[in-house]
Design a binder for this molecule. Structure first.
Ligand SMILES: Nc1ncnc2c1ncn2[C@@H]1O[C@H](COP(=O)(O)OP(=O)(O)OP(=O)(O)O)[C@@H](O)[C@H]1O
Ligand SMILES: [Mg+2]
Length: 370
């Protein structure tokens, strides 16, 4: 028993000496290739066995024959294990090098192509994560690109929309100045209409820029949906008469909501103006408000004949104003972007879907706290 304890002690001391040397070597090599560290680990494994054996042999006076046998066995173990470790190290090094090259490519703006080399599971997991990140990056680049394009288009449209009435205003004012107009009152009316339209457009642009900058300062107050809808219907009545469209506001629940009254009136006004403009004469535009425990849904249903499936997801985009050649654009395409911006600032959401004979715009808002 005592002998066994002594053997264990000597073997431990011999192995510990090699282990300490190995730890020092690993520390020195910590910034080097993993291949070098693996070689050290294998050398320590074989070396500690040899050192332990030699220590025991020296203390216990093993016969030189036995010592040679043990040393030869250990040497053979080293011959096999060292190349194995180096092979593994090489696989890891090659795998990580390929991963680094692939990652560099996708950092430069390309997409990430996972390396073909079969690498260890950890590297494969990193590669999978990089592929997912690459997909997310590509999607965000696409979004950014689409946003930039729509911003550029908007500037082009707005410049055009501003330039046309301004040219008209200039021509009319010059004609008035030169006194060559038969009916000056008609010109004055026309100038006033154009100025009001321009004023509305600039107001919309200002509102939209405040929404985009997150600077829309809301002053929420508790108001009745009934009053909100009533005010909006009264405001839209002259336009509805002009277009020969019937306004209906029958299905409105008298529930309270907590919103900025001015902004929410603008939301309903924009929806109503659109609905009236897109409904043929003698048609009907209906406003409704339904409530559930935690939501109030305001809806405006028109008789526009439906919006095509490919246009439906785009109607709320800033500056988008339809692709239907039969209905030339009447506005700047800002109204629904403002609707969405204001509604989202109220923690709600705006949607549209087709119904029989027309479409329904819905604004969902959180119900007022009781
Ligand atoms: N009620 C509706 N029925 C059918 N199409 C609609 C309706 N409302 C909007 N659209 C389509 O969506 C487009 C965008 O609407 P939006 O209100 O944003 O802009 P606009 O009415 O053209 O201009 P603006 O509101 O700035 O004066 C419209 O040009 C139209 O093609
Ligand atoms: Mg509009």
């Amino acid at each position: 028993m005592r002998d066994m304890l002594l053997i264990a002690l000597y073997a431990f001391l011999g192995a510990a000496a090699v282990g300490l040397l190995g730890a020092g070597a690993l520390r020195l090599l910590r910034h080097r290739s993993i291949g070098a560290s693996l070689a050290v680990v294998t050398t320590v494994a074989v070396g500690s066995m040899l050192a332990g054996t030699l220590a025991v042999a020296w203390a216990m006076f093993l016969s030189s024959h036995d010592l040679t046998v043990v040393t030869t066995v250990v040497a053979m173990a080293a011959v096999v294990s060292l190349p194995t470790a180096l092979l593994l190290g090489r696989r890891v090094v090659v795998g990580s090098r390929e991963l680094a090259t692939a990652a560099r490519d996708f950092g430069d703006g390309g997409s990430f192509t996972p390396p073909a080399e079969t690498a260890p599971a950890e590297l494969v997991a990193i590669s999978r994560e990089l592929a997912l990140t690459s997909e997310r990056l590509a999607a965000s680049r696409e979004r950014e690109h689409a946003l930039e394009t729509s911003r550029r288009e908007l500037v082009a449209w707005i410049s055009h929309d501003l330039r046309t009435p301004l040219a008209g205003l200039r021509a009319m004012s010059e004609a008035l100045e030169d006194g060559i107009v038969d009916d000056p009152a008609r010109y004055h009316r026309q100038i006033r209409t154009e100025v009001e339209r321009l004023n509305g457009m600039v107001g919309d642009l200002f509102e939209l820029s405040r929404i985009h900058a997150g600077a829309l300062a809301l002053t929420p107050a508790r108001i009745s949906v009934y009053d909100l809808v009533g005010d909006a219907l009264a405001g839209a009545d002259p336009l509805a008469r002009e277009y020969g469209v019937r306004l209906v506001g029958g299905q409105v629940d008298a529930v309270p909501i907590e919103v900025d009254g001015k902004e929410m009136t603008r939301v309903l006004a924009n929806l109503l103006v659109n609905a009236i403009r897109h409904t043929p004469a003698d048609g009907t535009v209906a406003v409704a408000a339904e409530h559930s425990a935690d939501h109030v849904v305001l809806s405006v249903t028109d008789g526009c004949g439906g919006i095509s499936d490919e246009d439906l997801p785009r109607v709320f985009d800033t500056g988008w104003r339809g692709t239907d050649a039969r209905t030339p654009p009447a506005g700047a395409g800002l109204g629904l972007a403002i609707v969405r911006g204001i509604v989202e600032a109220h923690a709600g959401h705006a949607d549209v879907h087709n119904v029989t004979g027309g479409c329904r715009f819905e604004v969902t808002l959180p119900a007022a706290r009781t």
